[in-house]
Design a protein around this ligand. Structure first.
Ligand code: NAP
Length: 373
């Protein structure tokens, strides 16, 4: 199962709206005769690939699967009947699939076809790997990770004209890699106006599924020359505006390569976050990385849309004139102390400390590790 999970993880950031899945077929003597993983939505499923490689040797064999096989016709045929058809006698699956079109039905088809089914092996690892998928299916919105880089005095930007970077080079490289694992990244228009960030994934660009950049910009103030607009090296940009935003500005932004999406306003006249998240969900975004700045962080925290917090704390004091973040180091400690921040992990990255934790209970929290249940 460990190998099947490693196969699944190869497609990290590429499979949405589908989950990552890995599969291994053993013949009746226990030899590995087929391997597969789901590369992207629309591509063959892991079990179909593993069964194809195994061919007739699958008969009487065991299939290790990181997720329940699908029971419905999607872009590819359903896998559960194909497993029965291939003559597999035993399926060991790490976890069920929360998708209502599958949940329990995949296992049911297997059992009805005479296949013995065991579930729960490495369940925690399997659900953890697909935590964004599980939460997104459950909540009907993308899983949200909030990333912030702050100084020791909890400032997220220096006074204007100061050195732009807060976190160190290693942290920035780490964060770039992380972008490559998500489906979309989001910033507020003030960040675009002040920093004009590129918002790409890795320096060499991204292959496979494009990364969606989202700029929250109620009144379409994004300059047409902003570096984050042109579709480039596997990224595409959505500028999220309100219904009343200027039509002329929209034309300019569209010409620059962005898509303008108009959404309802919140009571303060800004883009309302619930319709935004639903819209991103419709576009297959399972994992959204909210990068900032402070007002955007504050809005996501206030509405309790943040699933996971990722805070880089750099060993510097910015002092007066710096921009205070929506969450401070002291607040993180307080949340950790009163169980408002769960499964907290601290690691050193270069000179910075990365604090990660969950603001909501993750879907794998109560699963037993590495056991058949
Ligand atoms: N250290 C870090 O981790 C980090 C990360 C990113 C940015 N930054 C820094 O943060 C600073 C900018 O932060 P900021 O707080 O001034 O601005 P921001 O969060 O980048 O952008 C806020 C703007 O987004 C628009 N917006 C639209 N819908 C919104 C909604 N529902 N909720 C909140 N905002 C919405 C609003 O402008 P409209 O009303 O015009 O739409 C709002 O003023 C920059 O200096 C940048 O360098 C730091």
């Amino acid at each position: 199962m460990g190998e099947a999970l490693a196969l699944a993880a190869r497609a990290m950031g590429r499979t949405s709206p589908n989950p990552m899945v890995g599969a291994i077929v053993l013949d009746s003597e226990g030899n590995v005769v087929g391997r597969g993983w789901h590369e992207r939505a629309g591509a063959p499923h892991a079990e179909a690939l593993a069964l194809k490689e195994a061919g007739a040797r699958a008969r009487g064999g065991t299939l290790f699967l990181t997720l329940e096989p699908c029971a419905h016709q999607g872009k590819t045929p359903p896998c559960a009947p194909a497993i029965v058809e291939a003559g597999i006698s035993r399926v060991v699956a790490a976890s069920g699939d929360p998708d209502p079109r599958v949940a329990g039905k995949g296992f049911q088809i297997l059992r009805s076809g005479g296949v013995s089914v065991e579930t729960g092996l490495c369940a925690e690892e399997a659900v953890r790997l697909n935590e964004a998928f599980f939460v997104s299916v459950e909540e009907g919105r993308p899983f949200v990770t909030l990333k912030v880089a702050m100084s020791r005095d909890s400032k997220i930007a220096p006074p204007s004209g100061g050195e732009r970077w807060i976190s160190g080079e290693k942290s920035r490289a780490w964060a770039h890699e992380f972008r490559d694992r998500v489906d979309a990244i989001l910033v507020g228009v003030e960040t675009v106006l002040k920093d004009d960030p590129l918002l790409t994934a890795r320096p060499e660009g991204r292959e496979g599924k494009p990364l969606i950049r989202v700029v929250l910009d109620s009144r379409l103030r994004t300059p047409v020359g902003a570096r984050s607009l042109p579709p480039d090296r596997g990224v595409a940009t959505i500028v999220a505006a309100t219904e009343g935003a200027d039509r002329e500005n929209e034309k300019g932004l569209t010409r620059a390569g962005a898509e303008v999406v108009r959404l309802p306003s919140d009571p303060e006249g800004r883009v309302a976050l619930t319709p935004l998240l639903l819209e991103l969900g419709k576009r297959g975004v399972r994992h959204l990385l909210v990068e900032g700045g402070g007002r955007v962080h504050g809005a996501f925290l206030k509405e309790e849309f943040v699933d996971k917090l990722m805070a880089f704390v750099a060993p510097m004091i910015i002092g007066d004139g710096g921009l205070p973040g929506a969450i401070s180091g002291a607040e993180i400690d307080r949340l950790e102390g009163n169980s408002g921040l769960l499964h907290v992990d601290r690691q050193r990255i270069g000179d910075d400390i990365l604090i990660e934790g969950y603001l909501r209970k993750p879907p794998w929290a109560d699963l037993k590790e590495s056991s058949l249940v």
